[in-house]
Each structure stands twice: as structure tokens, then as C-alpha cells.
Design a protein around this ligand. Sequence first.
Ligand SMILES: *Cc1c(COP(=O)(O)O)cnc(C)c1O
Length: 724
Amino acid sequence: MEIEVKSLVEALPKRIQKLGVLAYNLWWTWQPDAQALFYKVEPLLWEQFVHNPVKLLRALSPASLNLLAKDATFLAEYDRVIDAFEAYLGAAAQSKSASATPQTWFSQNYAAAKWANPVAYFSMEYGVFEVLPLYAGGLGVLAGDHLKESSDIGLPLIGVGFIYQYGYFKQRITEDGWQEADYPAYDFNQLPVTLVRKPDGTAVTVSARISGREVTMQAWKAQIGRVPLYLLDTNLPQNSEYDRSLTQRLYVPDPDKRIDQEWLLGVGGVRLLRALSVTPAVWHMNEGHPAFLTIERARELVVAGHTFADACDVVRKNTVFTTHTPVPAGNDAFAFWQIERHLNGIWNDLGITRDEFFALADQQGSYGMTVLALRMAARANGVSKLHGEVANDMWKWMYDAQNLPAGSVIPTGGQPIHYITNGVHCPTWIPRRAKRHYAQYLGDSWLENVDDQAMWQKIHDMPNEELWQLRKHYKRKLATFMLERARAKWATHTVHPVQTIASGIMIEPMHLTIGFARRFPTYKRATLILRDVERLMRIINNARMPVQIIYAGKSHPHDEPGKLLIQQLYRQIKNADSSGRLVFIEDYDTNVARHMVMGVDVWLNTPRRPYEASGTSGMKASLNGAMNFSVLDGWWPEAFDGTNGWKIGRDVYASEAEQDQVDAESLYSTLENEIVPLYYDQDEVGIPNGWLNRAKNAIASCAPMFSTRRMLKQYIQEMYAPLV
Ligand SMILES: *Cc1c(COP(=O)(O)O)cnc(C)c1O
């Protein structure tokens, strides 16, 4: 057992020692019963430590631990959770029956002999839970959900990424609406991660060469159910200050640092897996950042005697790539001279010329990570149907300009870029009480069949009254959540009273509540709703049918236009005309996201079509009976059927100005004429039957289609299995 786990386990009374093991397996993050168990250990600390069980258990005195170990109610819960945990991991099966591994969808459908080696999944960011803040937004949360689903479904998969000393950043909004970034340093010894060690206890290290010097990395392991996630870390004494800073922050804007980081992720990641004697069956690059892994693997083959061309063919045969960014600027591309400065001489190791090396990733004169990834992958996919089409258009020049690289497979319909629409991990995004209600109508094993469309139709058997009770519970919970955060913030003496109002203390939980939460790049058009402020004020302040809008989201610290959007929004939120009905929740993270997707009635999304590759937060909302009100971008054109939410605008526009105009008009009029009246059309006991029927349509149509269960099965069937 890892040293960190052992030390925590040994500090606990025998009867509850397995809490220490549980704390280090992030399985608990999608098990509400396990979370409730940690909550019961010490409710206040659990909240104060942002749901960090390692910190929680370390903070308790021996006396309080001993009390817990004698608390019969607690112990009964403990036994139940630990039994479920061990059964999940297969340990229980081992002792009780002959079969060592529990049956999973994957083990039932794929031959173990062929799958002795895992899929290696590389990503710059991972959003598993708020306790591990290694993500900026949707890309990371998707990667986290991919790992959880791999664990659930039984796919052998290993994640590779970075652990960042300062995470992404914590957001603070000044009284004038300006976003400020705080960078608290994380102590990895207080996080549910363990240092990867050799049998003699010393850290496993690997190194990669940058600008002629060796940069050393160690790695931390986060255990996600059955799936390990390895996180590289350069914060070691043998590295220079600069090199130690390379894994301090996610998404640094400095291109020199970016190149170094991406080189370390690709090369360091491959070398770490080699050091751990892992031979991946398939290599999956999540977005272009890890694409250098293909260069390292080609280098290994050249060293072993292959020509570079042969090496590329071998690498391609089991490499897949997912692109996520239809905004050209979002695809990393570097100047050749910059790449040359950092990777000097790599082409010599590959046995090719400088020109040949750059030709491989040439994106109209710069070094494109997406181009490299596309050239080196057998299969590539976008993340929604629409995005697949957009990505094909975007990268067509690569395939038009020259022949496809030898050995690459064109997956479907002659298109080089195929699509697999994103999904969300239902056990993570459906809360405890809702799970109990769903189980009643969908059957006890519903979570094993979350991608079964016929099963979800049974949600219509749930009486409206019951669904309304559930919705009201989560609406209240969201209001309380905002209130408590506002109170805690107020008590710090650092905020102006108007900021307390802006944080949601005037929210009336039973009024129609709209949520808008995501990053703040300009293409998301967060302020589209402010185009006609007077009309918006009339809508929200309608005395008989008031409307509230809750905003959350971070702007990249160097995205000035994004920060200006937050400010513009915040000024309107603070304005007394808004009556405290417009709200901004600071520091959007998975915890805020969970409260919002469960507690709002409508999920608003106004991206400039077609720049939203997929979007996943709206999927989370629909699982819980909140309805999407969205531009027909990303996943929504695949989901919207006229009865499960609402659309904004149309498909085609003559110009961006027209698009803004048409979309804003559509937004206001749909709110006024359809959404608001439907919500307030409540029967004599206050139940909005029309609304709830529509909400059930949303649940039944979106939950199975936009689950990671459906998504991962597609990755296995269409991307991984054909290459194994
Ligand atoms: C789901 C999620 C996202 C992704 O949201 P989009 O709709 O894809 O923009 C971003 N951040 C957090 C914290 C999330 O939970």
C-alpha cells in the first residue's frame, strides 16, 4: 500500500481504518453515500475543507476518532459503504467466489486476453472533483468523466496529466465587477494523491530534454475507482526555479512555457508509462496539447532501428485523437523558431531534416499541435455532430493539399474527422435524493443501464407531484448554498454590502430560476441577454411572474475582453433595477456546478454558432429535469426535439450582427411567450403540470443519449477496439 495511504490508515482506530483507503480512491466522488459518510465524520470541516477527506481525517483528534469508532449509526453506514466499495473494486468477489474480477459491461463484451494492455489517455486538464482543481472548464470535466466511466464500465484505462501547484485559479470579483485571480498553493500531501515510488520507497522520476537541459519529473497518482491517473510534477530540487515553475499553473499564456509544458506532457508521459512497465494498447490524445507523445514514440522506434516513416506508421496504428476547438485561435500553434529553440535537434534523433520535422505539423507556416495530432492518429473525432462537420471544414486543407499520410484510416463517410458526441457521468451529476426517486421508476439497476432509451421512458410514470417535490428540494438547496456562501464572504470583512446582494441573498427559491454558468470567452456571448436591458428588466420584475438569473464562470486571467464581459454583467447585477434577481456566484467549480445544474429550472446557453464544440453543462442540467434554452449549437441540435426544452435563433445568418440581433429577439420573446407563462401555469395546489411534463421529456430524451456510458461505448467500439 502507498506510504500516504498507510500513514492515514494507521492513524485511524482499527474499526474505521478503511476510511483511510476510501479517502484515497476518488470513487467516493460519485457515490453520494460515501460522501455522506465523510460529511457525518465532521460536517463543518467537510464543507470548510471543500470536500477533502484526507485533510478531514488528518484534522481530527484521536478522541473524536475514537468516538466515531463507537458510534453505532455511523458504523452501520461505514460498513455499508465499505462493502459497496470493496465489491466495486472486486476485492469482495475475490474472497467470496472464484471469479476474481467483477463483471462489467466491458468484461462481458470484450475478450480479456486481447485487452491485457490499457488505453493511455493523455489530457492537459482533469476535472474529477473540486478537491483536485486541475481543470479550467469543460475539457477537463469531460476528461474526469471519461476516467470515471472507464472505471464503471470496466475498460482498462490509465490517465496521464499534470498536477499543478496552484491549480487553475480561484476567482474573486471586486465591487466594480473586475475578476481577480488568487493562486493558493496546494500541498499535495493534503490531497487524495500518492507519490509514485519504486519498491525501495524513493520517487519514480523521468526526465525530458528542453533547450539542451534535462528537466526531471516525479508523478503523483490519483486513483479513480479502478482507473489510475498519473500526474507529472517538476517541482523538484534538482530542477532550476524556472523548470520547477513549469507545472505550477494550467494554461499559461507565455508560448515558451506552453511549448515546454506540452513537451513534458507528451515526452514525460510516455517515459513515465515506460518506467511503470505499462505498454498501452491504444494512445488517446484529448485535444492537441499532448501530441508530442507521438514524437517521443517515433523517436523510440527510430532508436530501435526503424526509419522515421516506418516509425510514424507504427505510431499511427494505435493512436487516436479528439479535437475540441472549432475556434481557430483555440488550437495551439507555435512559431517554428520557437519550437526550434526548445526542441533543438530533435529531428536529428528522428533521422530527418529540420524541414521534414516542421512539415509534419505545418499549419500555414506555424507549428500546429492539432495538425501534428491529426497527422499522427489513425482515427480522429470531434465532439458533436455539428462540430464534426465544422472540424472537417476547418482541417480540410490538410487533406486537400497533399495525400493523406500513409497508414491513416479514414473512419466514416470518407471524412477524416468523425464525431462522438460528448456525454456526462450520470452518477456524478445526479444527486443522492434524485437517484433514490429515479431508482423507484427505472428499476434498481438503472445506473447500469443509463444509456437505455426505453428504460428512461419510465420516468413518465413518476407523478408530477413527486417530481415537483424533488425539484423544489433542489431549488431550496441552491438558495441555501448561495446564502451560506454570501454569509461566509460577508463575515470576512472584505466585501461591500452590494456584493452580498449580488451573491444571491434575495433569491426566492420558488420563482422561475435560470442558470448560466461556463467560462467567459467572448464566443459564449454571456451578455447577449443585456442587449435590451429595459425589456430584460420587465421580464425579471414582472410582479406576477418574476424571473431570476444566476450566473457563474471564470474568464481566463489574461482574457481582457472576457473579464470585461463579467464586469458588464456584474454592473447590471448590482443595479437596484435588477431587484436582487440577477446573481453572480463567484469561483465556479464542480461544487457550484452541481448545485446549479440541480437547482435551476432552465439552463441558458447563448454561444455564437458554431463555436461551441459540444457543451456539457446543459446535459448535466437535463438529467435533473432542468430544461435547456439554447442556441442550436454543440450538442443541442442533436437533442432538441421541440418538446424537451427551447431553442434560440436559427441555423444560418448573414452576418454576426444579424446573428446577435435575431438571437436576442428570439431569447426575449421565447421567455415572454413560452417559458415564463408555462412555469407559472400551476394548478390549484401549485403544481406546474405542463412544465413538469416537458421536464420529463428532457430527462427521458437527454439522459441516455448524453451519458458518458453511451459516449464511452462509442469510443470503445469506434476508436479503441478497431486498433487493438
Ligand atoms: C460541466 C462543467 C463545465 C463545462 O461547461 P460547458 O457547458 O461545456 O461550457 C465547465 N466547468 C465546470 C465546473 C463544469 O462542471
